[in-house]
Structures are given as structure tokens and as C-alpha cells.
Design a protein around this ligand. Structure first.
Ligand code: C2E
Ligand code: MG
Ligand code: MG
Ligand code: MG
Length: 286
């Protein structure tokens, strides 16, 4: 250890020990967070879309909206990293609002171009405790003239846990707008399916940590197949994320899974490339 050895700094609850390296890391994260707030204003965020395909018919049924931050100096910043940062700092609201505007505007543009595709927006825990969210979404529906079947929401089980009463009220109010709600990353949380069934959700997205390795010799296929069966018995649609191979697609089809999303179909792409991609998919199918 050098002279720049471990330092003790007061943390929020008592003391946290930072090594020199960790201190640099937290400084970097703090700078990144400040920069993110600037980036939203300076319009450095981009809407990317990843297609979802109906397994029985092979038709595109929609896309997931995924945010990208293309930094003028640092290039593409990891989405997982800056989303986590914004969530921890409690500053996800401006990002969510940016994504909502981008998603509504994109759906509207597709509609004008004759393409009806549902776009699913990810919500964070903080969004469900934001009392203004539902009114803003309602306002966007009327501003953009987009039908309720074209905007969907994905939320993880964890988002509901902090204060279930408030989160549930938001969920029911969103559902009253006639949108579809998805439980994201299903299988990584601790909720029982019977609890989830009591929520106004329409579908489960099985986490890719179970889907991607499903053809390998482990328990993944058992988990995926039983989730599909149980979910169907509870009247939920099942989406598999992280579909990377034809073998996995075929196992999912055999198990009756409804929708697939993953690199096998397409990586997420800039939203303005989606129309041409979708046309290409339809041509290849015909
Ligand atoms: P998610 O909602 O579970 O999104 C799926 C993630 O899996 C995306 O990562 C996507 O690029 C990746 N993915 C899709 N197919 C495959 C595949 O076949 N193989 C592999 N290895 N990965 C695949 P991405 O875009 O980096 O986003 C990471 C997470 O960040 C998302 O996970 C979501 O939780 C969050 N996120 C992304 N955009 C937003 C946003 O606008 N708002 C909020 N609140 N969260 C967002
Ligand atoms: Mg998602
Ligand atoms: Mg997911
Ligand atoms: Mg995920």
C-alpha cells in the first residue's frame, strides 16, 4: 500500500471505508451522474428498439424501448451502469420522461408510416412512487393520438417492494389507461406467481439468465418450461428474453412460449432503423 492508502470517510450511516481506487471510482460515478443530467438536457440520449416476435406466427408483435447514452467524449456509456446510478441517486424521473416522449413520438411516426407496433417502456421503482407519472402518460396519449395498445410498460418485481401500497395504486391507475403491463426479469426476484397474479399484469418476461442457457445441461430448461406452464394456467402471456440461438427458439416453441426477444432475432437498434428492419423481416418470412 502506498501513501495514498485507505481513508475513512463518513458515509450516510456511520463510516464507509474507501481505498484510493474506490474513491476514484465513486468520484467517477458522481461526475457521470452530473453529466447524465446535463446529457438529458443536451439531448445525448437515444431511443433504441429491440423487436419482439410472436413465436407461433413468426410475426413481429412489438419492440422494447431501451435507452442509450452516446457521450460526445466517452462514446457509448453502459446502460446498466447509468440507469443504476440514476436509480440510486433518485434522479430517474427526467430520464423516464425523456424515454416516454421518445416512445410516444416513435409510435406516432410508425403509425403515420402505416406500421402499428407496440413499444414497451421500462419503469424503475422510483417511477411507481412518482405521483405525476400516470397523469403525464395520460396526457401523452392525448397529445400524440396513440392508441393504448401501442404503449406497454415493463417493471421488475423489485420495483413493487419498497412501498407496495403506493406502487400498486400506480399500477392499477396505469392499467386503467388500458395499457399492457409486463413483469420484467421474471425469476430473479422472490415473489410467488400467486402474488404476481393478484397484480394487474398481463405477461411475464422470463429473465435471460434462464433462457439463454436453456439448451445446456442444467436446470434452466426446467425452470423456463414450468414457468410457461404455470404462467399460462394463471392466464399470463409469456415472453422469453435473451433468445440467442435457433435451438432455444425451438425449445420455447415446443413449450408453448408466446413471444421471443433476443440477439437471434435482432440486437437493439436505433429507433429510426426499425421500420426498414421490420419490412426486411416481413419480406424474409413471405
Ligand atoms: P431489460 O429491461 O431486462 O432489457 C433487456 C436487456 O437485455 C437489454 O440490455 C438488451 O440489450 C439485453 N438483451 C436483449 N437480448 C439479449 C440477448 O439475446 N442476449 C444478451 N446477452 N442480452 C440481450 P440493455 O439495453 O443494456 O439494458 C439493460 C437494462 O437497463 C434493461 O434490462 C433495463 O432494466 C434497463 N433499462 C434500459 N433502458 C431503460 C429505460 O429507458 N428506463 C429504465 N428505467 N431502465 C432501462
Ligand atoms: Mg425490460
Ligand atoms: Mg428484462
Ligand atoms: Mg434484464
Amino acid at each position: 500500500a502506498s501513501a495514498a492508502m485507505d481513508q475513512v470517510r463518513p458515509g450516510r450511516s456511520g463510516y464507509a471505508i474507501y481505498t484510493a481506487g474506490q474513491e476514484q471510482e465513486s468520484t467517477r460515478r458522481l461526475a457521470l451522474l452530473g453529466d447524465l443530467n446535463r446529457a438529458i438536457k443536451d439531448n445525448e440520449l437515444r431511443l433504441y428498439c429491440q423487436p419482439k416476435v410472436d413465436i407461433p406466427s413468426g410475426s413481429v408483435c412489438g419492440a422494447e424501448a431501451l435507452v442509450r447514452w452516446i457521450h460526445p467524449r466517452h462514446g457509448m456509456i453502459s446502460t446498466t451502469e447509468f440507469i443504476q446510478l440514476a436509480e440510486q441517486a433518485g434522479t430517474i424521473t427526467p430520464l423516464t420522461n425523456w424515454m416516454l416522449e421518445a416512445a410516444f413520438s416513435q409510435c406516432h411516426a410508425w403509425h403515420e408510416a402505416g406500421l402499428e407496433r407496440a413499444l414497451a417502456v421500462n419503469l424503475s421503482a422510483h417511477d411507481l412512487y412518482d405521483q405525476g407519472l400516470v397523469d403525464r402518460v395520460r396526457g401523452m396519449f392525448s397529445t400524440w393520438g396513440v392508441g393504448p395498445e401501442l404503449i406497454q410498460f415493463e417493471l421488475t418485481e423489485g420495483t413493487l417492494m419498497a412501498d407496495p401500497d403506493i406502487a400498486l395504486a400506480t399500477l392499477f391507475n396505469l392499467k386503467n389507461l388500458d395499457v399492457q403491463l409486463f413483469i420484467d426479469d421474471y425469476g430473479t426476484g422472490y415473489s410467488s406467481l400467486s402474488y404476481l397474479r393478484a397484480l394487474p399484469v398481463d405477461a411475464l418476461k422470463i429473465d435471460r439468465s434462464f433462457v439463454t442457457p436453456m439448451t445446456a445441461k442444467d436446470n434452466s430448461a426446467v425452470i423456463v418450461n414450468s414457468t410457461i406452464e404455470l404462467g399460462h394456467n394463471l392466464d399470463l402471456k409469456i415472453v422469453a428474453e435473451g433468445v440467442e440461438s435457433q435451438d432455444v427458439w425451438e425449445q420455447l416453441a415446443a413449450a408453448g412460449c408466446d413471444v421471443a426477444q433476443g440477439f437471434l432475432i435482432s440486437r437493439p437498434m436505433p429507433a429510426d432503423e426499425f421500420l426498414a428492419w421490420d419490412a426486411g423481416w416481413r419480406r424474409a418470412k413471405a
